[in-house]
Design a protein around this ligand. Structure first.
Ligand SMILES: Nc1ncnc2c1ncn2[C@@H]1O[C@H](COP(=O)(O)OP(=O)(O)O)[C@@H](O)[C@H]1O
Ligand SMILES: N[C@@H](CCOP(=O)(O)O)C(=O)O
Length: 308
């Protein structure tokens, strides 16, 4: 087993993401222009400390159980490297447990930081595979890593993805509620089986969505409809469900963002979207590029399975 030297420091920025986009359950996702920034330093000893500013301050763990730290540990282990002491500083802007991919952003940040501190040179495909293994579904980690609009899929060799440029005419809006909802809880509400007709419905809408997001935004309203997951989760997020119905009744292309409870609306050009109801904050966000290493110093390249 190798070791990471003491002293290297790296900073990454990772975007929020909106997964599913209606019909593309566990596959489609969009990177959004709202970022967490995390700095990690390898220190002597084995202590792991985490300082958090913004979202999650005072609530997320300050030790190795912190999601960025645990993703780093997992990455070092996959590289057959002993974990060094770690000092993490997180500046968080992505709201937690709202369906905007905060956990995927934390996981991607951890993988990228461990890769940078170790000088391992993991490829985007290797990072995606590892991120999916940690997160359990690939649709947020793919746009977080690759940016833009992504189609992610699972294979026997792990998750893979294709990234496409969303049409520049698309303007994402998010309606973020004050109430939280954990993805694990929303996943537990899903049935084991779905009706064949509903599967066919979603297949056609997900395929249409790829065309609509890429170059035919006039189809977005029809393309964001879903029959596989939103209805089963509705009782767990009644206010978001009411908002979703109101938006769609007004002709706005809208879906639950990820597992909710944020609602995503995709407007075209400068079309107006309805005001937020009480209890929600409405924000206009641009589509975004993927996670980036913004600073790195002192990492010596070590021999690992990734670069041998
Ligand atoms: N930046 C972060 N640092 C530490 N933990 C985080 C971070 N982001 C998310 N988490 C953990 O993940 C949980 C939310 O994950 P999840 O239920 O998947 O919702 P979402 O990813 O949609 O925000 C948080 O309650 C927190 O425990
Ligand atoms: N496909 C997943 C997406 C979860 O996204 P998140 O942002 O809510 O973590 C699901 O719908 O469960």
């Amino acid at each position: 087993m190798g070791a990471v030297s003491t002293g290297p420091r790296a900073t990454v920025r990772v975007p929020a993401t909106s997964a599913n986009l209606g019909p593309g359950f566990d596959s489609l996702g969009l990177a959004l222009d709202l970022w967490d920034e995390v700095t990690a330093e390898a220190t002597s000893g084995t202590a792991i400390t985490v300082e958090v500013e913004g979202e999650g301050a005072g609530t997320v763990p300050g030790d190795e159980r912190h999601l960025v730290a645990s993703a780093m540990l997992r990455t070092f282990a996959s590289l057959d490297l002993a974990t060094p002491g770690l000092k993490l500083k997180c500046r968080n802007r992505i709201p937690h447990a709202r369906g905007l991919g905060s956990s995927s952003a934390a996981i991607v940040a951890g993988i990228m930081l461990a890769d940078a501190l170790a000088g391992a040179g993991l490829t985007p495909g290797q990072k995606l595979k590892l991120a999916d293994e940690i997160e359990g579904h690939p649709d947020n980690v793919a746009p977080c890593l690759l940016g833009g609009f992504t189609i992610a899929y699972s294979t026997e060799d792990g998750a893979k993805a294709v990234a496409l440029d969303p049409s520049p005419r698309i303007r994402p809006w998010v309606y973020i509620p004050q109430t939280k909802g954990l993805t694990s809880v929303a996943r537990a509400a899903l049935p084991e089986k779905v009706a064949y007709a509903d599967a066919v419905f979603n297949l056609s809408r997900a395929a249409l969505l790829v065309a609509a997001v890429s170059h035919q935004p006039s189809r977005l309203f029809e393309a964001t409809d879903d029959r596989l997951h939103q209805r089963f989760r509705a009782s767990g997020m009644p206010e978001s469900t009411r908002l979703l119905q109101a938006l769609r009744t007004s002709g706005t292309a809208a879906a639950i963002s990820g597992a909710g409870p944020t609602v995503l609306a995709l407007a075209v050009d400068d079309a107006d979207v309805p005001e937020a109801p009480a209890g929600f904050e409405r924000r206009r966000l641009d589509c975004a590029s993927g996670a980036a290493l913004v600073a790195s110093e002192g990492a010596a390249q070590v021999a690992t399975a990734a670069n041998e």
